[in-house]
Design a binder for this molecule. Sequence first.
Ligand code: HEC
Ligand code: HEC
Ligand code: HEC
Ligand code: HEC
Ligand code: HEC
Length: 163
Amino acid sequence: MRRASWLVLVLCAAGCGNAKVQPMPFNHKLHVTKAELQCDSCHENVAEGAVAGFPRVRVCMRCHKNEEPANPAAVPYIEDIRRHAKEGTDIPWQRLYVLPRHVYFSHRRHTEIAGLECKECHGDMAELEAPPSEPVAKTLTMTNCLACHVERKVLNDCAGCHR
Ligand code: HEC
Ligand code: HEC
Ligand code: HEC
Ligand code: HEC
Ligand code: HEC
């Protein structure tokens, strides 16, 4: 037992930190097709703020408060949603897309003002039936930010992104 946990520590030092596992196998495709939700029904701040945000449990409860899920395998997850709602806690969604602290990025600027689609930077989330295990890598690189800005004639001032 002791030896096993030590081994896990060593292995994790070499990379477990990168593999983020979501608290439940959330299905984007089902929610944007069958449940007909828009991206901003769940990522509520995407047009108004810098950070898009993960859904609060009250959003899930709009549909999962009473009805049992069609898929029996999903019962424990629906129960988990209700437990969080009852306890007043949020489901601990893991964030994959994180820029270093020295970079400023605003969703509002890119979605509401520039009119870009989520797809341009996040790939086709609406097609995913299980959580992604890693970000679309190029989205988080400086080279990628600069390339689109050059293409769209946005001034690339160092201080605009590094504040
Ligand atoms: C019913 C709520 C819901 C809807 C609707 C929804 N999402 Fe999500 N989204 C989530 C949840 C929950 C997660 C975390 C689990 C996961 O990654 O699947 C997430 C994760 C993400 C992430 C990964 C963020 C990160 O840093 O890990 C992106 C990007 C994203 N969603 C984009 C979209 C886009 C684009 C749409 C519309 C096509 C959309 N979402 C619609 C609930 C939703
Ligand atoms: C111009 C590129 C771009 C567009 C367009 C874009 N995103 Fe993002 N998104 C990012 C970047 C970069 C991050 C990481 C931001 C950070 O760490 O400050 C991110 C992070 C996220 C996250 C996780 C962190 C958070 O902000 O809550 C979610 C969820 C998300 N985006 C959803 C969306 C949705 C939904 C749309 C469309 C309505 C969208 N994004 C449009 C680039 C983009
Ligand atoms: C507008 C209604 C609606 C909202 C809001 C909603 N869901 Fe769903 N959800 C559905 C529908 C419809 C299904 C598919 C039918 C069923 O299983 O009841 C579903 C199914 C599921 C399933 C089972 C998936 C499977 O594999 O069968 C899970 C887990 C789930 N939702 C989680 C969530 C979470 C987490 C949230 C909040 C972030 C959420 N839902 C918000 C309508 C919704
Ligand atoms: C797909 C194209 C695209 C990508 C990728 C993109 N941007 Fe932008 N960005 C734009 C557009 C278009 C504007 C101009 C919006 C407006 O009209 O204000 C903009 C404006 C900005 C601004 C405001 C201008 C300023 O200097 O004050 C900042 C800051 C910014 N982006 C940061 C980023 C960062 C950081 C990234 C990478 C993580 C990024 N952008 C990726 C298209 C993009
Ligand atoms: C459009 C946004 C944007 C602009 C403009 C920008 N950067 Fe960056 N920069 C980023 C992002 C995003 C990262 C983090 C991702 C990466 O390292 O590729 C970054 C990372 C860096 C790093 C850290 C690299 C590392 O290895 O940790 C340095 C240094 C840097 N930028 C300098 C600059 C300088 C100098 C300028 C002006 C000539 C500039 N940046 C302009 C977005 C920008």
